[in-house]
Design a protein around this ligand. Sequence first.
Ligand code: OXD
Length: 312
Amino acid sequence: MKIVVYAPEMDLKPWLDGLAGRFPAADIWRWSADCADRQAEYALAWSPPAAFLASQRTLKAVFCLGAGVDRLLALHGAAGLGGRTPLVRLDDAGMAVQMAEYVCHALFTHTRQFAAYQQQQEHAVWKTLPAIDRAAWPVGVMGLGAIGARVARSVAAFDYPTLGWSRSPKSLDGVSTFHGDGQLDAFLRATRVLVCVLPLTAATTGILNAATLGKLRPDGYLISTGRGGHLVEADLLAMLESGRLGGATLDVFAIEPLPADHVFWRHPRIQLTPHISAITLVGASLDQIAGKIAAMENGQPVTGRVDADRGY
Ligand code: OXD
C-alpha cells in the first residue's frame, strides 16, 4: 500500500510514525515538490498547496486531517478528483469534546464575569458580584453536526436555555432546534450568546453579519470557532462599537495567522485564540483513518465521505 502525507502546518513525524505502526508493510512518505511524481493510493492532508493533489493520479481516497474540509475540498475539486476519488473527513476523533470545552469556557468566562474577578484579584478586592440569571442567557448554536451537537448538549447540561440551528431538521434532547433559512430569524431573535460551529460553504460565508448579529437579544455575545470566513469583521467591530454586542470570543479568522497589526488583537471586548479550539489528535485520527482504509481495501463503505455539492 502507498500512502502520502502532507500538512505543512503540522509536525508530520507522529503521523508518519503512527502510520508506519499501523501499516508496517506500507510505503509511506511525506510529499514534497521534489517527489511529486511518486504516486500514492491514499493521501492524508491538511492545507496542502494545490500542487499536492494535482500531482496525485492514482488515489483511492483523500483523508482530511482537520475538522473543516473547506480548503481541501476546493483543492480536491480543482485537481479534478471530485466524482472519482472520495474526500473523507474525520468523524469527531476527539475534536467535539475539545470544542465543547472551549465554548463552555468562553461562555462561563463571560457570563460569570471572570474578567472582572481577575481585575479584582489584581487590586486585592474581595467582593461578590451578582449571581447570573441563566434564563437571561439563552445560547444558540449554529451547526448541529457531531461537533455542534456535543457543544449544544454541554451548554444545556449547565441549564442555560439552549437552541440549535442547522440546515436540515435535527432533534436533540434539551435543545430547542430550528432549521433552514425560514427559521433562522426566530432562532437568532431568541438567542443571546451565539456560537458558530458551522462548516464554511457558499451558503454560510459571511453569515455572521450586521443583519444576523443585529437580531440577537440585547447585550449579545458571539463565540466563533467554525471558520473566519463566516464573520464580516467590519460588522462585528461596528456592533461592538455601538454597544449592540457585548463582546466576542474568536478562534478563527479570515486571515490566519491573524496579522500582528489587526485591530482584534487589542480590542477590549474581544478574546481571541490562535485556532486551537479543537486540535487534531494524532492517535484518535489515525485509528479512524486506518479503520477506513481497511474498510475500503475490503470494498466496504466508509463514513464521513464529503458531499461536494453540500460543501461538507
Ligand atoms: C479545523 C481544524 O478544521 O482545526 O479548523 O481541525
